[in-house]
Design a protein around this ligand. Structure first.
Ligand SMILES: [Zn+2]
Length: 557
C-alpha cells in the first residue's frame, strides 16, 4: 500500500486539511483527499481575577445572576482544588505562572519586585527603562515590557505555532496583569495610567496607539463612572455574607470619615482618576476595554485562533483595602458577576456560542484580617518585616560591625548585602545561620529556611516544594521566612494581603468553558502550572518552554 501524506496549507477559517491515505482499491494516481479537520476555537479569552479566592465562587453563589459565575459553573468545567505551587503568592508571579506553566525558579518573575542578588538592586517585575510610554505624556508608568520574563508563555506558543498569524492582546488596569500574560510576542499589552485616565502601552509594542484605542480613551469613561459614585447594588443590611459596614477591619478612602458604602467618588476623584482602581468601576472599565479590543482588532474573526488575556484588577485593590469579609468586596464580586454576564453575552453574539473558549482563574487569594480572626478566637497575627529587619540588622551590626547586612525582607525572603559581605570578607554562611537563629525566635515565625538547604530542612513536603519552586537563584533572597497560619506581613492594620503558602492565599478558582470543554467538575488536586499545559493541549500547540505542569485531561473533550 502506498501512503501519500500531503500536508496542505491551512484553509480559510480555522481548519487545517490533512492528507488522505490513498485508498488501496482506487487507482494510485487518483488519491482521494478526505478532509479531516484540526479544529480550534476562534478565540481564547483568559480571564484572571486578581485576588479571587476559590471560595468566592460559592461564598456569594446565591446572589450571582444566572449568566455570569453561575454560567461558568453550570456549563463549564471547574477544577475545584487548584493550588499554587510556589511562594510568594503575588500578582506578578501568579499571572506569569498561569501563562507559562512555570514557577519563579525558572521563569524569573520572583515577585512584583525582586532583588537582583548580584547587585542588591530591587527591580519592578516589568520595569524596562529602554522603552517609553505610548498614549500618555512621558511617565514611568509607561516604561514596562516583558523583558524580565525568562520563559515563553502559552500566548507566545500560539503565536509561534501559527507563524505569528494569531493575534495576542493582554489587558489589565495593572501593567503586569496585561504584560506578563501576553508574553514576549504579544501584538500589544495595554494598562491604565492614572494621570491621563488613558489606557496606554509602551514602545516595546508600538509607537502610536491604534485608532480604536484613541477613540476609546476619548470617551473619558473613568470620569463618567466615578461621577456616578459607588452605590451598593442592594440594601446594605442584605449583605448577610459580610461584616456590618462600619468596622475596624477596613480601610477608608482618603477624604472620607468611615470605611463604608456608598462612596462619593464624584467628590473624591479630582486629579486622581486612579481612584477607579479601588472601585467596582475599575472592572467594568476593563470589560469595556476588552470589548473595544475585540471589536477594534477583530479578535476571533480571522483565519486563525486569537487570544485575549484580560485581568480584572479592582478585586485586588478593593480586597487589600477592605478584606474578604467586607460588604465592599461582596458588592465588587456581585458587580463583576454582572460584567461577566455582559462579556459572555457579547462573545455569544460576536463569535457564536461554543466557538470560543474561556478560562477563569486567579493569581492568588487573600487572608482574613488578623484582628477580625482574633475577635472570633482564631489564632492570627500581624508581622512587621520592617521592624524585625531593623532589629536583625542591629543584632548583626553588634556582631559583625557592618551596617544593613539584611537589605530586604521582600517576598518573605532575606536578601543579604553581598557587596558588604565581600568587602568586609565576612562568612556568608555564618551570617545566614545567625539570621535563621534570630528569625526563628520571632513571634509569628514558623520557620526560617536556608534556600540552599531547603531539600534537607525538617518541614512538610508541601512547604519544601513551594520554597524550591519559588527560589530563583538570581532574583530571590537566600533565606525563606514562613509565618504561622493566619499571620502576614502587615503594612496596615486594616484590610488584608497575600503572599504565603496557606490555602487562603494559594487555593484559586479554575473554570474552563466553551469550545472543546465538557461540563463537569474535578475534585482531585490540580496546580496553577497545569493551566498553560491544558490550554496548549486544547489548542494543539507546544507547551511553553519552562512549563512543568500537566494537562488536566478531564477538562478536555
Ligand atoms: Zn494580584
Amino acid at each position: 500500500m502506498k501512503l501519500k501524506h500531503l500536508f496542505l496549507i491551512p484553509l480559510a477559517g480555522i481548519t487545517i486539511t490533512l492528507s488522505a491515505q490513498t485508498h488501496k482499491k482506487k487507482a494510485a494516481t487518483a488519491p482521494a483527499t478526505a478532509a479531516t479537520t484540526l479544529p480550534r476555537p476562534k478565540l481564547v479569552v483568559g480571564i484572571m481575577v486578581d485576588q479571587m479566592r476559590w471560595d468566592y465562587l460559592y461564598r456569594y453563589y446565591d446572589r450571582y445572576q444566572s449568566n455570569g459565575f453561575k454560567r461558568l459553573l453550570g456549563e463549564g468545567f471547574s477544577c475545584e482544588n487548584t493550588l499554587i505551587d510556589y511562594i510568594p503568592t503575588v500578582t506578578a508571579a501568579g499571572h506569569t505562572c498561569v501563562y507559562t506553566g512555570s514557577v519563579p525558579a525558572l521563569h524569573g518573575i520572583a515577585g512584583n519586585d525582586f532583588v537582583i542578588q548580584a547587585t542588591g538592586q530591587s527591580v519592578y517585575c516589568t520595569r524596562d527603562t529602554t522603552v517609553k510610554a505610548v498614549g500618555c505624556p512621558p511617565a514611568v508608568e509607561g516604561q514596562n515590557s516583558p523583558r524580565n520574563l525568562l520563559t515563553t508563555t502559552v500566548t507566545d506558543e500560539l503565536r509561534l505555532a501559527t507563524n505569528f498569524r494569531s493575534k495576542v492582546i493582554g489587558i489589565a488596569l495593572k501593567d503586569r496583569g496585561g504584560i506578563l500574560p501576553g508574553g514576549h510576542t504579544a501584538n500589544a499589552a495595554y494598562w491604565f495610567e492614572d494621570k491621563s485616565g488613558n489606557w496606554i502601552t509602551s514602545t516595546y509594542y508600538m509607537n502610536v496607539l491604534p485608532q480604536w484605542l484613541k477613540d476609546f480613551n476619548d470617551q473619558k469613561l473613568p470620569e463618567t463612572y466615578l461621577k456616578q459614585d459607588w452605590i451598593p447594588a442592594y440594601a446594605l443590611d442584605s449583605y448577610v455574607q459580610s461584616t456590618a459596614d462600619i468596622n475596624r477591619y477596613e480601610g477608608k478612602f482618603k477624604g472620607t470619615d468611615t470605611p463604608s458604602l456608598p462612596v462619593k467618588t464624584s467628590a473624591l476623584y479630582k486629579n486622581n482618576l486612579g481612584l477607579i482602581r479601588s472601585t467596582p468601576y475599575g472592572n467594568t472599565l476593563t470589560l469595556d476595554m476588552a470589548i473595544a479590543a475585540i471589536n477594534g482588532e477583530k479578535l476571533g474573526q480571522g483565519d486563525v485562533t486569537d487570544f485575549l488575556a484580560v485581568s480584572f484588577s479592582s478585586t485586588d485593590y478593593v480586597g487589600h483595602q477592605f478584606g474578604p469579609n467586607s460588604i465592599e468586596i461582596e458588592d465588587t464580586y456581585l458587580k463583576l458577576d454582572r460584567d461577566f454576564a455582559s462579556l459572555f453575552t457579547f462573545l455569544d453574539a460576536k463569535l457564536g456560542k461554543g466557538n470560543y473558549t474561556v478560562f477563569l482563574t486567579a493569581d492568588h487569594g487573600a487572608a482574613h484580617n488578623p484582628n477580625f480572626l482574633n475577635d472570633h478566637n482564631i489564632p492570627a497575627g500581624m508581622w512587621s518585616s520592617n521592624t524585625v529587619r531593623a532589629e536583625l540588622n542591629k543584632y548583626l551590626l553588634d556582631k559583625y560591625k557592618v551596617e544593613n547586612l539584611a537589605i530586604s525582607f521582600g517576598n518573605y525572603q532575606v536578601s543579604l548585602n553581598n557587596a558588604s559581605i565581600k568587602y568586609a570578607r565576612l562568612d556568608e554562611d555564618a551570617i545566614k545561620k545567625d539570621c535563621i537563629d534570630f528569625l526563628s525566635k520571632q513571634e509569628g515565625v514558623a520557620y526560617a529556611i536556608d534556600m540552599a538547604k531547603a531539600q534537607t530542612a525538617n518541614i512538610p513536603d508541601e512547604l519544601r516544594t513551594r520554597i524550591i519552586n519559588g527560589y530563583n537563584v538570581e532574583h530571590s533572597g537566600v533565606i525563606q521566612i514562613i509565618l504561622k497560619p493566619g499571620w502576614y506581613d502587615a503594612y496596615s492594620k486594616t484590610g488584608t494581603t497575600h503572599g504565603t503558602w496557606n490555602p487562603y492565599d494559594a487555593h484559586i478558582p479554575l473554570v474552563f468553558m466553551g469550545w472543546g470543554i465538557p461540563h463537569g467538575r474535578l475534585n482531585r488536586e490540580t496546580h496553577m502550572t497545569d493551566i498553560a499545559a491544558t490550554v496548549a493541549a486544547l489548542l494543539h500547540i507546544q507547551a511553553p518552554n519552562g512549563c512543568i505542569g500537566k494537562p488536566i485531561v478531564e477538562a478536555l473533550k
